[in-house]
Ligand binder design. Sequence first.
Ligand SMILES: Nc1nc2c(ncn2[C@@H]2O[C@H](COP(=O)(O)OP(=O)(O)OP(=O)(O)O)[C@@H](O)[C@H]2O)c(=O)[nH]1
Ligand SMILES: [Mg+2]
Length: 320
Amino acid sequence: MLIDNVKVTVEGGRGGNGCVSFHREKFVPKGGPDGGNGGNGGSVYVIGQNNIYLLKKFREQPLVKAESGQPGAKNKKHGANAPDLIIKVPLGTRITNLWDNSQVEILDESSRFLLAKGGKGGFGNWEFRSPTNQTPRQFEPGRPGQNTKYLFELQLIADIGLIGLPNAGKSTLLNALTQAQAKTADYPFTTLEPNLGAFDDYIIADIPGLIEGAHFGKGLGIRFLRHVERTKLLVHCLSCESENLIKDYQIIRQELIAYNPKFVDRPELLILTKADVLDKKTQTKLINQFIKQNLKPLFVSVLLEESLEELKAVMKKMVG
Ligand SMILES: Nc1nc2c(ncn2[C@@H]2O[C@H](COP(=O)(O)OP(=O)(O)OP(=O)(O)O)[C@@H](O)[C@H]2O)c(=O)[nH]1
Ligand SMILES: [Mg+2]
């Protein structure tokens, strides 16, 4: 399943502690303080990348933390600064700071944003020397890094929407075309929330099945249609197992238009799913019924690789 929102705790690295040390040398009885400062902790930055699956790893590992700075050492040696940590999120991710609600959108690959600053390293005792205190034992511990909680949300606008009656094979098709792992089963209303997947650079949305009367709130309701409202192409899935595919098509079309009349002239592609259940003769009869209605559907079966390739090619051409 495509992970499109995650909560992530982001922590800058802690600064290294300052060092307490006194100069030791033969014939120099009272060497002064020489403890060096600690190095700064690493900061955490985020950059965008063209890969919609990048949020998944944060679901598995919701804490991101940069390394701590090294402590200071004798001879006024500074501890090393820790390297910054750069994390990647998909382009189109909206990042909300859950503590102050500030937001940023990651829209290109060239900018990077600071999520959590590393803590400053502490002063070693050398920094505390003064005319009145030549043997300071003070030092500063390293400061903790910033710690913030963020919500990463992928704002995807699907190019293609799969719609159809329950059990039409929409989720199975999504899985066959993309890396999505949507739940599928041999009963209606398997899908309860939209699923997203991508092939090449095209994003496909699979939504719960629609039924007659959906725009009055029947079934799972039409609220999921907003997920396909801005798609460039609607793919109507009509199951070859159905008794009357033309009627199925008309039901879905009426529901769409009742929901939003703008759907009337949205480019659409009709596909007859589960084509493998029909023999050639029945397929020809069926296609002729559609042609009479001035409709030109495509037979598709997830068991027939060529039909999937053809479908991909047609969808690409229609989306542009
Ligand atoms: N023979 C065959 N069966 C298929 C094909 N595609 C899907 N199915 C089966 O059809 C059933 C329904 O598939 P789903 O993908 O869950 O259907 P859906 O349209 O997503 O259903 P809802 O989520 O309930 O709207 C499953 O048992 C699938 O295995 C196909 O190309 N050939
Ligand atoms: Mg489904």
